[in-house]
Design a protein around this ligand. Structure first.
Ligand code: GAL
Length: 657
């Protein structure tokens, strides 16, 4: 898996159909000046490439490609199937997606198609074959880009075609209705199925839906989209040797795809990421998403396909980047494994739903402060080109699982306040805040190379994952498990005999009952920590108790435990610690486990080690001094002992001589 562009490439979506022909050569000239190395072409071009059924118009596209190629710009070629043209939805309204209430989602926006529709797929694959035959060995085309953000708007469709496909998927998974009845626990609420023909997608109903039906439907929807990806990829491969990808959305918003499964199918993992200023700490989410994308790529370099040069246009208030932020934000992706930094889009649109979304060339044109930042970014990426291909090394793994997310966030659980993303993102933030590097990986990942493994709210957990963690601790590893972990198996069935089921033995603890806290309610621990959300009636028959509650529903009950196992240890935190207490615990754990990190954290500074390169991104208000030796690539200067990075600036140091 290598990113097929040169160095650390700067790139963008290019939508030339929105501009007159005369602009194209000028665009390419500007791109060259800014150091743009690749563009993604054709994402939403279907309606113009196939203006009526079976009639293709590639002339204008050939011309664009020729201009780009002459300018030395590489192309990430979209298959153009993301959004069906109006003639297709007019002729075949049955391809439109339907929501859980049975309402049709009409065309007029984008991506209005049902992932299970054979009619849509036939039309899409016909276009893909045309594209592949025509451009499969074009010298400018270095990468294929299937569809666009598969599942972004149409991830779950509940129409009759989807229902039939769901039944086929269930038949493959279970083989018999009896097995499905067992897995779905249909003895409850008179849900027993006499055959697969009685099964429906979880459409809006009267009461809490069957949780395993919901979970299987989420799995099915991810698989349907993946099968669409595979179908397009296979057509491409039949005509072209160029690698294939699609842009994933590995973020804290989107949970329609099991990206760990998807990552294995892509020739190179590509990710779209937009800072979300609705969050308390958008950059913490950026770092988490990047480290998780690297996990999806199983450690290999990945491609940031899209991000925003400045503001987006889909948040309640769209914050523009301040001077210098474009460089820092872009370097953060590179530090965490990106070998290319792409943006949506080249030129800000004059019309359409995204005309207020920022672009590399703003409405003001190239004579603008924003464009000068883009040119500066291009120059900076050119200076750090040698970083490409190097790998991030992390001592800490945080386990993250999409199936667990789907199961954990269902209704009718002990606390509706408990959301899956909370614990993984907070633990990641606490650990990286100490200056340590963390991978965010799938539960099945080989753990031997890590010094510390964090298992945050791994509500759903297989026997194999539990066994691998126990084995890891026996081998001298350190594991921290949080509340609401190990409770159910892959069918979302409770593991009986006391909580936290799968991890009881490893942790040496047992709970009989949960006692979640009401919103706003807090508890104090006898080590001075404060916590909220969760408590449970924990006993620690085979573990050392490190802290107990002094108040709340369970005074005197263990809240934090540690079980020593040879040179390793298994920790359990049974409540949600506040930020300060979480950071203290992360500090203690990383020191005890021998995790590489600075002796004292440098507040406000993002510190990441990628291969022999140290990235220092100073997001604070004061200059930061960090120990380092080597060459600073952005300035070309030597660093001998300490690098001092001004507020809002960055350094990338090749360590050693
Ligand atoms: C992505 C999408 C782009 C553009 C961008 C900015 O979701 O792939 O086409 O819409 O967001 O909002």
């Amino acid at each position: 898996m290598t990113v097929p562009f040169d160095g650390i490439a700067l790139g963008c979506d290019y939508n030339p159909e929105q501009w007159p022909r005369e602009v194209w050569p000028y665009d390419v000239e500007l791109m060259r000046g800014a150091g743009v190395g690749f563009v993604t072409l054709g994402v939403f071009s279907w309606a113009l490439l196939e203006p009526s059924p079976g009639r293709f118009d590639f002339d204008w596209f050939d011309e664009v490609l020729a201009v780009l190629h002459t300018g030395g710009i590489a192309v990430d070629m979209a298959t153009a199937t993301a959004s069906p043209p109006p003639w297709l939805t007019t002729a075949h309204p049955e391809i439109l997606p339907v929501d859980a209430r049975g309402a049709t989602l009409w065309p007029g926006g984008r991506q209005a198609w049902c992932p299970s529709s054979p009619v849509f797929r036939d039309h899409a694959l016909r276009l893909v074959a045309e594209m592949a035959r025509r451009y499969g060995d074009h010298p400018a085309v270095r990468l294929w880009h299937v569809s666009n953000e598969l599942g972004c708007h149409n991830g779950r469709c509940y129409c009759d075609v989807s229902a039939a496909a769901f039944r086929v998927w269930l038949t493959d998974r279970y083989g018999s209705a009896e097995k499905l009845n067992d897995a779905w626990g249909t003895a409850f609420w008179s849900q027993h199925y006499g055959g697969f023909d009685e099964v429906l997608p979880p459409r809006l109903g009267t009461a809490t839906p069957n949780p395993t039906q919901e979970l299987d439907f989420a799995r099915f929807c991810s698989d349907e989209l993946l099968s669409h990806y595979r179908a397009e990829r296979d057509v491409l491969r039949a005509h072209s040797a160029v690698p294939v990808t699609t842009n994933l959305m590995v973020t804290a918003h989107q949970s329609e795809q099991d990206n760990h499964r998807w990552g294995r199918e892509l020739d190179v993992v590509a990710q779209d990421h937009y800072l979300d200023h609705r969050l308390a700490d958008p950059h913490a989410e950026q770092s988490f998403a990047s480290d998780l994308t690297r996990g999806v790529a199983r450690g290999a370099p990945w491609l940031l396909m899209e991000s925003a040069p400045s503001a987006v246009n889909w948040q309640p208030v769209n914050r523009a980047k301040r001077p210098g932020e474009l460089l820092l934000d872009s370097l953060s992706y590179v530090a965490r494994g990106a070998d290319a930094v792409g943006f949506f889009q080249w030129r800000a649109s004059r019309a359409g739903a995204e005309k207020f979304h920022s672009a590399l060339v703003p409405h003001a044109g190239p004579d603008s402060a924003a464009y000068r930042e883009v040119v500066g970014l291009g120059a900076a990426l050119a200076r750090i080109g040698e970083v490409a291909g190097s790998r991030v090394r992390a001592d800490v793994a945080v386990l993250f699982d999409w199936e667990c997310w789907w199961a954990c966030d269902q209704p009718s659980h002990p606390s509706g306040e408990l959301r899956y993303l909370d614990a993984p993102t907070r633990w990641h933030r606490a650990i990286t805040g100490l200056g340590a590097t963390a991978d965010v990986v799938a539960p099945g990942t080989e753990l031997r190379g890590y010094r510390l493994v964090v298992v945050p709210t791994l509500y759903l957990c297989s026997d194999a994952t539990a066994a691998a963690l126990a084995e890891y601790v026996r081998g001298g590893g350190h594991v921290l498990v949080t509340y609401f972990s190990g409770l159910v198996d892959e069918s979302d069935h409770i593991r009986l005999g006391g909580y936290p089921g799968a991890f009881r033995e490893l942790l040496g603890v047992r709970s009989e009952e949960f006692a979640p806290l009401l919103p706003g309610e807090t508890v104090t621990l006898d080590d001075g920590s404060s916590a909220d959300l969760w408590t449970e009636s924990l006993a620690a028959p085979d573990a050392e108790v490190l802290a107990r509650y002094v108040d709340g529903p369970l005074p005197g009950t263990p809240a934090l435990t540690r079980r020593a196992v040879g040179a390793g240890a298994a920790w359990y935190v049974a409540t949600r610690l506040d930020d300060a207490a979480l950071s203290r615990l992360a500090d203690r754990l990383t020191r005890e486990a021998g995790v590489t990190r600075p002796e004292e954290p440098v507040v406000g500074v993002e510190l990441v080690r990628r291969g022999r390169y140290l990235f220092v991104l100073n997001r604070g208000d004061a200059p930061a001094a960090v120990p380092a030796h080597g060459t600073e690539l952005l300035s070309g200067g030597q660093v001998d002992g300490t690098v001092t990075v001004a507020a809002g600036a960055a350094a990338v140091i090749r360590e050693g001589t």
